[in-house]
Design a protein around this ligand. Structure first.
Ligand code: C2E
Ligand code: MG
Ligand code: MG
Length: 824
């Protein structure tokens, strides 16, 4: 369409006034038909220069060469409009970025009349756009490349819009997996339940930013500690378009922080503990019953000294001073010596020494220790000393007590054995002999009982002094217990030397002792055993010396005897006999024989004495004297005595007469506290009337524990049994005994009966006994009456009863004579 003239003019003027756009018309061939000021401004040509020129000159050479200008016109012609941007050239050859529109202008009948061309210089806009693009690209690359931070965007509802490398690394999701999901997937169920995701977004919306630390989840469900920032993003108009979210995994930092915190707490705890410990150690050091001194190893200044140390060594404060300034001179030397030793040895030095201290001479047990301080380089010497004076004294005392007899101060059995062992090992290989002597006092028990234990003790002390004075320094005198002593004589030349020593000991004992105004005599028996001749073992030697002692006593006391193998043989036989006796008790080889007792001048058998017989299966009949002493020594006498008692009671109960039966009791049986009960039981078991039983005891019962034994005798008598004093006149007999207990019968020992005819003394004793007995109304039985003459004489002397072969020997119960008249 072509404009009418008027409007054409108006339009031309309008076009001419537009300066920002180059507006001009091209002919269908592309020739510039007109030119406006905007075109002149944009392209630099004046109208007269360019009208009539082909428009392709505005294109770059390359485009012109490829025919681009005409192609563009063709497009406009074909489609009605061509629009593009591209480089165009100004008149001066400079290029500018042009926004170009080419509109085809057609006549009403559709014929192409030309082209309207509008060009705008957009170089500035383009440059600005390019710069912005570059900036955005750099920023995107930067954000995506950040791997330490998870950086991503959320839309307004909290869905993830994009995802960087750091986010992938931190949370484990790839961009494809996570974009579009709601960001609350990173929160723990607890936090989700508490509405934390929403609250964070809300804060960011309200205040522009939300910051926090907390636990978040990775894709694999693991948890990590994170610091989070959510920033609200607004467009240029201030409209909220979403959120930027920056998250950093701070697990490591958090762990370090926690560790630091723990380490700090631990250190604080430690330091409180240390302070406590140090206070405790201080109080320990000041309270231990030992002296503690710490010195600097090089300067020797005293760094620490507890109260005990100051009390022991000094009168002044010691800390911070040198030993020579505050210690007594003797102590200085001692302490210096200890310090030097520790420095030389470099290890703990333990010593025990007497030291002159503030409390006098004391034995100190000290430990000195050099303490090398690797860190500070300062070395210390620690000195700890205990005052062991009292401890050593106590130990020595205990040791002495354990090895000595309290009464005499002599070595005891333990020390004796040790010394004997030592003497024997020393004598090995040399020619000399070692003698072991066993000593036992004769009659000591009697003295103890009569004069009292205190007196006995004094006697033992006096005796031990006398014995000691007879011995050499190298000899050992020991008290083994009671009145038993023993001697070691080492280094002897001959047996005779031992004999002489034994003789001297016996001689030394002989003179009477004067104690508390009493004179008193004791005898001593000695047994000697010799090493190496008899034996080389200490135990064996002592046993042998003991056997020899036994033999000495048997042979009459106050003498010595040397061990000989036969004694050992006797001892062995005795042991064999003991075993035999046990068997005899077990199998009932012990029997009772009965010997009649005659009264009323031979007219009547009033009773029988029961006497034991051992029917040995191979050795035949064994008499009481051959096994009673052994039974007494071994303690078998209690069983043997019970057996005798029960047999006698049972048999007598079956006789059907009122005759008495007399049973012998050994003094040893009185040591059995059950004696009275045993007799009562024998009576009850047998049914024997108590008054038909007589118990015969010897004077020894009155010697040993006389008071206790008299009590037992009274208890027996209270049962209703009679008590006889057997073998009267032998031993330590004294008519005084007759008054000490109301005996029912005295039996005059047969030795007097046998001697009576020839010995006036024997007769005098018999007379004294009968006289005394008759006046006290005690029956007398003369034992061992073998002849009519003896019988007649005893009758004349006032004897009331008789026993002996004249009337009958001891025989088994069923063989006993029951009536007199027939002479045996
Ligand atoms: P004993 O009690 O003095 O007993 C008297 C001893 O003299 C008996 O010796 C007896 O056989 C013996 N005898 C009696 N008449 C005569 C005589 O006319 N001439 C001679 N030569 N001897 C005569 P036996 O049976 O050998 O007993 C010795 C000792 O053994 C007893 O002396 C007694 O002390 C003890 N004894 C015997 N049986 C027992 C017992 O059951 N228990 C205890 N503890 N000792 C007993
Ligand atoms: Mg008797
Ligand atoms: Mg007798």
């Amino acid at each position: 369409m072509l404009l009418d003239d008027h409007s054409e003019e108006t339009y031309r003027l309008l076009i001419q006034s537009v300066v920002d756009y180059a507006i001009y018309v091209l002919t269908p061939e592309g020739i510039v038909a007109n030119w406006n000021p905007g075109a002149q401004r944009a392209k630099g040509y004046a109208a007269e220069e360019i009208v009539g020129q082909h428009f392709s000159r505005f294109y770059t050479e390359e485009e012109q060469a490829t025919g681009q200008p005409l192609r563009n016109l063709e497009t406009a012609r074909a489609t009605g409009r061509f629009e593009a941007q591209g480089w165009r050239l100004r008149k001066d050859g400079g290029a500018f970025w042009a926004h170009v529109i080419i509109d085809a202008i057609k006549s009403d009948d559709g014929k192409l009349i030309g082209f309207a061309k509008i060009t705008r210089d957009c170089t500035d806009q383009r440059n600005a756009l390019l710069a912005q693009r570059e900036e955005e690209r750099n920023f995107r690359l930067l954000v995506q490349g950040v791997s330490d931070y998870a950086i991503y965007m959320l839309d307004l509802s909290g869905h993830i819009v994009n995802w960087n490398l750091g986010a992938e690394r931190a949370k484990g999701y790839t961009e494809a997996e996570i974009v579009g999901q709601h960001f609350s997937v990173f929160y723990t169920p607890e936090d989700r339940a508490a509405g934390l995701p929403g609250k964070g977004m809300e804060t960011a919306r309200r205040e522009g930013r939300f910051e926090a630390e907390g636990i978040r989840l990775r894709k694999d469900g693991s948890r990590f500690w994170t610091s989070v920032a959510i920033d609200a993003i607004r467009d240029d108009d201030g409209q909220m378009i979403g959120f930027a979210k920056i998250t950093k995994d701070i697990s490591e930092r958090r762990r370090t922080e926690l560790e630091l915190l723990e380490a700090k707490e631990f250190a604080e705890r430690q330091s409180t503990e240390l302070a406590k410990l140090s206070r405790f150690l201080d109080s320990v050091i000041s309270n231990i019953p030992a002296s503690v001194i710490v010195q600097d190893a090089s300067s020797r200044v005293i760094l620490l000294a507890n109260q005990q140390a100051e009390r022991l060594f000094s009168t002044a404060r010691m800390v911070g001073r040198f030993a020579r300034e505050c210690l007594r001179p003797e102590s200085v030397a001692y302490l210096e010596a200890q310090l030097n030793k520790a420095l030389e040895q470099g290890e703990v030095d333990v010593s025990e020494a007497p030291v002159e201290t503030a409390h006098g001479l004391r034995t100190l047990r000290s430990r000195t220790l050099l303490n090398k301080e690797a860190v500070s380089g300062q070395d210390y010497v620690l000195f700890v000393a205990e005052d062991v004076t009292d401890e050593l004294a106590a130990t020595a005392k205990i040791h002495h007590m354990a090895h000595h007899d309290a009464l005499t101060g002599l070595p005891n059995r333990t020390l004796f054995k040790a010394r004997l062992k030592e003497a024997l090992s020393q004598s090995q290989g040399c020619e000399q002999l070692t003698a072991t002597l066993c000593l036992d006092l004769d009659n000591f028990k009697n003295i103890n009982d009569v004069l009292g234990h205190a007196f006995g003790d004094k006697l033992l002390r006096a005796l031990s002094e006398r014995l000691s004075s007879e011995l050499r320094d190298q000899d050992t005198l020991a008290r083994l217990g009671g009145d038993e002593f023993a001697v070691i004589l080492p280094g002897l030349e001959s047996y005779e030397a031992a004999e002489l020593a034994a003789q001297r000991l016996i001689q030394a004992t002989r003179p009477a002792f004067l104690i508390e105004g009493h004179t008193c005599s004791v005898g001593v028996s000695v047994g000697i055993a010799l090493s190496p001749e008899d034996h080389e073992d200490p135990e064996q030697l002592m046993g042998y010396a003991d056997m020899a002692l036994y033999e000495a006593k048997r042979n009459g006391r106050n003498r010595f005897e040397r061990f000989r193998p036969a004694l050992d043989e006797t001892a062995r036989q005795r042991r064999a006999l003991e075993i035999d006796l046990r068997t005899a008790l077990h199998f009932g080889y012990l029997h009772m024989y009965y010997q009649p007792v005659i009264e009323q001048q031979g007219a009547e058998i009033t009773g029988y004495e029961a006497l034991l017989r051992w029917q040995h299966p191979t050795k035949g009949t064994i008499m009481p004297m051959d096994f009673i002493p052994m039974a007494e020594e071994t303690g078998l006498i209690h069983e043997v005595g019970n057996r005798a008692l029960n047999l006698a009671c049972r048999e007598a109960a079956s006789w059907g007469t009122q005759q008495t039966v007399a049973v012998n009791l050994s003094a040893v049986q009185f040591k059995n506290p059950g004696l009275v009960a045993a007799i009562e039981l024998a009576l009850n078991d047998s049914g024997l009337a108590a008054e038909r039983l007589e118990l015969e005891i010897t004077e020894s019962v009155l010697l040993d524990n006389s008071e206790e034994n008299v009590t037992v005798l009274r208890a027996l008598k209270a049962l209703g049994v009679a008590i006889s004093l057997d073998d009267f006149g032998t031993g330590y007999s004294s008519l005084g005994y007759l008054r000490s207990f109301p005996f029912d019968r005295i039996k005059i020992d047969m030795s007097f009966v046998h001697d009576m005819a020839d010995s006036k003394e024997a007769l005098a004793i018999i007379r004294a006994i009968t006289g005394m007995s008759n006046s006290l109304n005690i029956k007398t039985t003369a034992e061992g009456v073998e002849t009519q003459e003896q019988m007649a004489q005893l009758t004349a002397e006032g004897c009331t009863c008789f026993q002996g072969y004249l009337f009958g020997k001891p025989v088994p119960a069923d063989e006993r004579i029951t009536m007199l008249g027939m002479n045996p």
